[in-house]
Design a protein around this ligand. Structure first.
Ligand code: 0RA
Length: 640
């Protein structure tokens, strides 16, 4: 084929494959929002991790370039460049343009291929307006270029010889297509959380993130020789562990490898994280089930044979055993099956038994050999069971009085007229005065207002029975109408949008964090369904003649003053709180769906969110200070 416009049969097949991806990107990467965008990076990194798992790569660098590109460099073997027989094109071109082509090359190792990732780097190419690849292998540096997935006719070249001692590897540099994605700007924290996680899961591999987009170049390097042991230590940094050693073991059976690390803390929340082939299986699955079953059994066996169950009449439940326990379970499977809404639930049924017997055997042995650790973990579970029984008794006594049991809505709620949850929104408003303005300013057809007075209880530090004694929390729970904790059922929610409206100051941020902690810990499905939002009231109002402009940030205010008012505004007002706005202003700027900006709350990274809540809301003071210091510049808003 010498002419660029002559297509052979192979070429047509290629284009059809990539066009399918461009037409229905969500089928391949889940969505075209920020989450999908970040998956592009993960897909390329996963390919580099495959090289690491095969033993050929130990350094991966992700760079956010000033020019809008992301580049991923690894020191693996390099993508093959020899001619692919079937297509009569360089192998790199086939890998970049044929769906799932990567898997057809025999790489003889576990691959990160799964439901979520592993679609192949060709998908990244299909969704990029421009992609360049540089390959260092076979004694030379090779390059190729792609325009919206299509190979540039003269793009493939052998650029130069490799210098003596120069390492092999691959650099993939791509510009995501803004016609496809809602937005193409990457969030450093989101990438950093996932890269850190990958570094824990793949000990010895150095994974760094370089953000070159602003003057002060930001570089973060992750390398953990200790693997998931260090992951548990990291998760427990802001907590108080009940024993010094992190319990760790690994096993392999039936081609499935299992690794477990755990450590008990004095927290009320447990923090369990399960991975399959490096994929964070947030929805759990067979590995998680196997782990929980064996853990409960081993702890019960130990408690029984050491006479620790005598006061309890009954066994320890799973929830008792997991209270305050931080654990990471990581399995690798040659052919993982991912299920569930977000394809993050491991389905392979045989994994359950493999994990269960590995945990039963190894944790049992560990307990025998380390009685101090065993007794710390088991005593905590016994305490949890005792507290659970006490709480249950208290709950039964107060049940009839409990507002939760009655259908009466809280008196402070100004409900909306609509009874369709899909249409209805609940504004949870800081303070009675802002609540009053919101009630007057709202569209009562679909907007309900619940004013909360002062700060709600910090739920991170109390069990559910104490939490439910708090009036503000009870009002919120009844207004939403879907229960709380284990009983929570999102399908019962009376509103499919819960909008937290707090002042744009430190107190407001604190109240919002308290509310988010409650929702995250006890009504998490609301967040998972994308039903929780933060309202974004403006910070400034600028007036010039008869025109007014609202600004969300200082930068926006400065732009308005310069561009709209020629540097001479008649008035610049700073809104100190929601209460300062009259009902009309509040409606126009913050509540009216036509003008307002809402920020959807997500839990993209459960481990990071979990850690953030422990750090911000837990007992330990030092990590909180550290966190606030590190994030002082972007403390304005922390996405969970
Ligand atoms: C196909 C086959 C081999 C490696 C790769 C693809 C590969 C892909 C990417 C993507 C980013 N970095 C990568 N590194 C390698 C095996 C090569 C061999 O057998 O030598």
């Amino acid at each position: 084929m010498s002419e660029g416009n002559e297509y052979g049969a192979g070429q047509i097949q290629v284009l059809e494959g990539l066009q399918a991806v461009q037409k229905r990107p969500a089928m391949y990467i889940g969505s075209t929002d920020a989450r999908g965008l970040h998956h592009l990076v993960y897909e390329v990194v996963d390919n580099a991790i495959d090289e690491a798992l095969a033993g050929y790569c130990d350094e991966i660098e992700v760079t956010l370039e000033e020019n809008g590109a992301v580049s991923v460099t690894d020191d693996g073997r390099g993508i093959p460049v020899d001619t692919h027989e079937e297509y009569d094109r360089p192998a790199v071109e086939v890998i970049m343009t044929v769906l799932h082509a990567g898997g057809k090359f025999d790489k003889q190792s576990y691959q990160v291929s799964g439901g979520l990732h592993g679609v192949g780097v060709s998908v990244v190419n299909a969704l990029s307006k421009w992609l360049e690849v540089e390959i260092r292998r076979d004694g030379a540096v090779w390059r190729h270029e792609f325009d919206h997935g299509e190979p540039e006719p003269d793009g493939f070249e052998r650029a130069r010889d490799l210098r003596p001692g120069e390492e092999t590897g691959t650099t993939v540099r791509f510009w995501p297509d803004e016609e496809i994605f809602d937005a193409v700007s990457f969030t450093t924290e989101t990438l950093d959380d996932r890269l850190r996680e990958l570094a824990f899961l793949n000990p010895g591999v150095e994974i760094s993130l370089v953000d070159e987009r602003s003057e002060a170049v930001d570089e973060r390097v992750h390398r953990y020789e200790g693997g998931i042991r260090e992951f548990v230590e990291y998760l427990n940094e802001s907590k108080t562990p009940l024993h010094d050693d992190v319990v760790y073991f690994d096993a392999e059976d039936d081609g499935v490898s299992v690794e477990v690390a755990l450590q008990a803390t004095d927290e009320l929340q447990g923090s369990l994280h399960a991975f399959a082939n490096n994929i964070n299986t947030r929805e759990g699955g067979t590995h998680m089930t196997g782990f929980k079953t064996a853990l409960t059994r081993v702890v019960n066996d130990y408690a029984a044979s050491n006479g620790m169950l005598s006061d309890l009449d009954g066994n320890l439940r799973g929830e008792d055993v997991r209270e305050g326990l931080t654990a990471v379970v990581s399995v690798k499977h040659p052919d993982p099956q991912f299920e569930g809404q977000t394809k993050t639930k491991l389905g392979n049924s045989e994994v359950r038994g493999v994990v269960e017997s590995a945990v039963h055997q190894h944790l049992g042995t560990y307990f025998e050999e380390n009685p101090d650790t065993a007794s710390a973990i088991v005593s905590k579970a016994v305490e949890a069971a005792q507290a659970r029984k006490a709480a249950k008794k208290a709950e039964e006594l107060t049940r009839r009085k409990s507002a939760l049991e009655s259908t009466a809505l809280p008196g402070k709620l100004a409900d909306c007229q609509s009874r369709d949850p899909g249409q209805s929104e609940l504004f949870v408003v800081e303070g009675d005065s802002a609540g009053g303005s919101a009630k007057q300013g709202r569209d009562r057809e679909f907007q309900a207002i619940l004013p909360l007075r002062g700060k709600i209880l910090n739920v991170e530090r109390h069990r559910l029975d104490r939490i439910l004694e708090n009036n503000e929390i009870r009002s919120l729970v009844t207004a939403i109408g879907a229960g709380i904790g284990e009983e929570f059922d999102a399908d019962e929610a009376r509103y499919n949008r819960i909008i937290l409206m707090t002042d744009a100051d430190v107190d407001g941020a604190h109240i919002r964090t308290l509310l988010l902690t409650l929702l995250y810990r006890h009504m998490r499905p609301l967040i998972e369904r994308g039903w929780v939002y933060a309202a974004q009231p403006p910070l400034y109002r600028v007036r010039k003649g008869s025109k007014t402009y609202d600004a969300m940030t200082e930068a926006e205010r400065d732009r308005i003053v310069a561009e709209e008012c020629n540097g001479a505004p008649d008035q610049v007002q700073r809104f100190k709180g929601l209460g300062e706005m009259n009902p009309d202003q509040l409606w126009e700027t913050t509540m009216n769906p036509e003008n307002r900006v809402l920020k959807r709350i997500t839990t993209e990274d459960a481990a990071a969110a979990d850690k953030m809540f422990s750090v911000l809301m837990g007992d330990a003071v030092e990590p909180r200070k550290q966190f606030i210091k590190e994030h002082a510049t972007d403390a304005e808003w922390v996405d969970i």
